[in-house]
Design a protein around this ligand. Structure first.
Ligand code: NI
Length: 246
C-alpha cells in the first residue's frame, strides 16, 4: 500500500493492524553514461513495492534526495549535505512516531546515505535518552538492498569483478527492469572504470571522468534486473518480518 494514495482514515485503520512502515531512501545523482539519475531511489522503491505485493505493508514516500555532494560535478545531481539529511530524517521519524508507527524500516539504495542514516538513528535515540521525548518503543532499521544475500550471489554470478562500486551493472539492471522505456545503450571506454577513493565533487570528476567507479554497466540488462529484484524481495520479506517481531 502506498501512503500517498491512502486517506488519513485508511492510515488510522492500518495502524490498528500494524505499526510498521517501509521508507525507501535514495539519491538523485549521476550514475555514469547509461545509468539513470534516479537509480538509487528507483531501486529501493521498486523493491519496496515488490514486498508490498506479497504482504500488507505501508510504503512511505521515497526520500529521493540524499547525501551526494561528491556527485555535484555532474549535471542533474541534487544533494543534501549530511546535516540537512540528518535533520530531514529526524523529522520524518518523529512525524511517523507521532501517529503510532513503531517499526520504521529504511530501505536504502545509496551507499553515501549509510553514515548519515545511522547518525540520524543515534540522534533520535539520544533525544529519547536525554528525555526530550520518550521513544523507547521505537525500532529503526537501515537495510541496504544491494547488501541482500541473494543480490550479492546473483551479481557475482553475472558480473564478477565488473560489478565495481558506483554505477554498477546490478543497480543499472534493476532500473532497466523497473523502467523499460528508459533503457539506454551507451558505449564506454575503458569498459571497466578505474577504482579509487573519493573526496569532494571536483576530485571525483577529475578521477572518474564518466562517473563510474570500478564498474562495467554495459553488462546491464532488464532480465538481470528481474532476477535481482526477485531475489531481493524474497530476502527482504523475511528480513522485514523478523524486524517486525523485535
Ligand atoms: Ni547507486
Amino acid at each position: 500500500m502506498r501512503l500517498q494514495t491512502l486517506t488519513w482514515p485508511e492510515v488510522e485503520t492500518y495502524l490498528k493492524r500494524s505499526n510498521g512502515i517501509i521508507v525507501p531512501i535514495g539519491s538523485t545523482e549521476q550514475h555514469g553514461p547509461n545509468g539513470m539519475l534516479g537509480t538509487d531511489a528507483i531501486c529501493p522503491e521498486t523493491i519496496a513495492f515488490g514486498i508490498a505485493k506479497k504482504m500488507e505493508v505501508l510504503i512511505a514516500p521515497t526520500l529521493s534526495i540524499g547525501q551526494a555532494h561528491h556527485h555535484l560535478g555532474f549535471p542533474g545531481t541534487i544533494a543534501l549535505r549530511p546535516s540537512t539529511l540528518l535533520a530531514v530524517l529526524v523529522d520524518v521519524v518523529r512525524s511517523l512516531y507521532r501517529h503510532g508507527f513503531r517499526h520504521l524500516y529504511f530501505l536504502n539504495g545509496h551507499g553515501g546515505n549509510e553514515a548519515t542514516v545511522n547518525a540520524a538513528f543515534q540522534e533520535i535515540y539520544a533525544q529519547s535518552s536525554f528525555g526530550d521525548a520518550d521513544m523507547s518503543d521505537l525500532r529503526l532499521k537501515l537495510c541496504n538492498w544491494y547488501m541482500a544475500p541473494g543480490v550479492g550471489r546473483i551479481s557475482k554470478e553475472l558480473f564478477g569483478d565488473q560489478e565495481g562500486s558506483h554505477a554498477t551493472p546490478s543497480e543499472v539492471s534493476l532500473t532497466f527492469y523497473a523502467c523499460p522505456n528508459d533503457v539506454k545503450s551507451t558505449p564506454m571506454s575503458p569498459a571497466i572504470a578505474p577504482e579509487g577513493s573519493i573526496r569532494d565533487a571536483g576530485d571525483y570528476r577529475a578521477q572518474f571522468a564518466d562517473g563510474r567507479i570500478g564498474s562495467n554497466p554495459q553488462l546491464a540488462t532488464a532480465a538481470a534486473g528481474e532476477r535481482l529484484f526477485e531475489a531481493c524481495v524474497t530476502d527482504l520479506l523475511e528480513d522485514y518480518g523478523k524486524f517486525l517481531s523485535t
